[in-house]
Design a protein around this ligand. Structure first.
Ligand SMILES: [Zn+2]
Length: 284
């Protein structure tokens, strides 16, 4: 599943190529890809025709193209969605095809079709213009207006596991399972510790680690920014090689050498170092 850095790579790639272009043709190849657009495929197509793209945006893992009529084309990448510019190498998974006024094809390709497009109004929340379906999401750690201290204050009141809070998009958005484990490893905290049991300093360092690890991943994705072929591989994730925690069960901790462990958490896996990130004692 693409996480924030992958989505931001896509946004930057799109921003460089689609802003100030108008949409001259749209064809929905699979209705499932527009199921979130409640007015249906014909409405989406009619409203996109002739619309000019005036900007791009992202909050957490949500991406959108801002249109000149004040609405936004919200793109859900889902598990395997891709926004492609130019030729589509394999049309088997082509879900939506659009054409820009410079002749460039803009396509939504999605093997598993969990993602899709929808049109939404832009609303102003907390000083930022965001599409209405995104308005409930908290700012993400890479947002220039992210308020670390106020998020720390929110976390201090939460009597549940810190990893659960990191994944709660209404507390802080954009942190998925992989980067939660990476941030917890860097901050030397076990994800099962209660948020309310951590100090302001520990919580601040954890949020800083979240921002740093995602910024670094973003830096590694930089090579694709100039490419006309904007691509997200949701299955493998191309930042995988630099991960310190996620997926490293049985391997030595890169800090202390202890054998990394994996445990089940919220129907997913958590990876951690038992020495640097000791489990909390069970209280009854
Ligand atoms: Zn360690």
């Amino acid at each position: 599943m693409p996480e924030l850095p992958e989505v931001e790579v896509v946004r930057r790639g799109l921003d460089a190529h689609v802003v100030d272009k108008a949409i001259t043709a749209v064809r929905v190849h699979h209705p499932r890809a527009v199921r979130r657009h409640e007015a249906g495929p014909a409405d989406l197509t009619a409203r996109l025709l002739g619309a000019r793209i005036v900007g791009t945006g992202r909050r957490g893992k949500y991406l959108w193209l801002t249109l000149d009529d004040g609405s936004a084309l919200v793109v859900h990448l889902g598990m395997s969605g891709q926004m492609l510019l130019g030729d589509v190498p394999n049309e088997n998974h082509l879900r939506i095809a659009a054409l820009l006024d410079d002749g460039t094809a803009l396509s939504f390709v999605d093997q598993r079709t969990f993602g899709g497009w929808m049109l939404a109004d832009i609303v102003t929340v907390d000083g930022s213009d965001v599409p209405a379906p995104v308005a409930h999401l908290a700012r993400d750690p890479l947002d220039p207006q992210f308020n670390r201290d106020s998020v720390v204050t929110v976390l201090r009141r939460k009597h549940s596991e810190i990893k659960r809070q990191l994944l709660d998009q209404t507390v802080v958005s954009g942190i998925g399972n992989i980067y939660a484990d990476e941030a917890l490893w860097r901050a030397r905290l076990h994800g099962g510790r209660l948020a309310s049991s951590l100090s302001r300093r520990q919580l601040g360092e954890l949020l800083d680690a979240s921002a740093t690890v995602m910024s670094e991943a973003l830096g590694q994705g930089g090579t694709s920014f100039d490419s006309l072929y904007v691509n997200v591989n949701g299955e493998s994730g191309y930042f995988e090689r630099s991960l310190d925690a996620y997926g490293r069960e049985g391997e030595p901790c890169r800090r202390c050498g202890a054998v990394m462990r994996r445990e089940k958490f919220m129907n997913r896996s958590s990876y951690y170092c038992p020495k640097c990130q000791p489990r909390p004692r069970v209280r009854r």
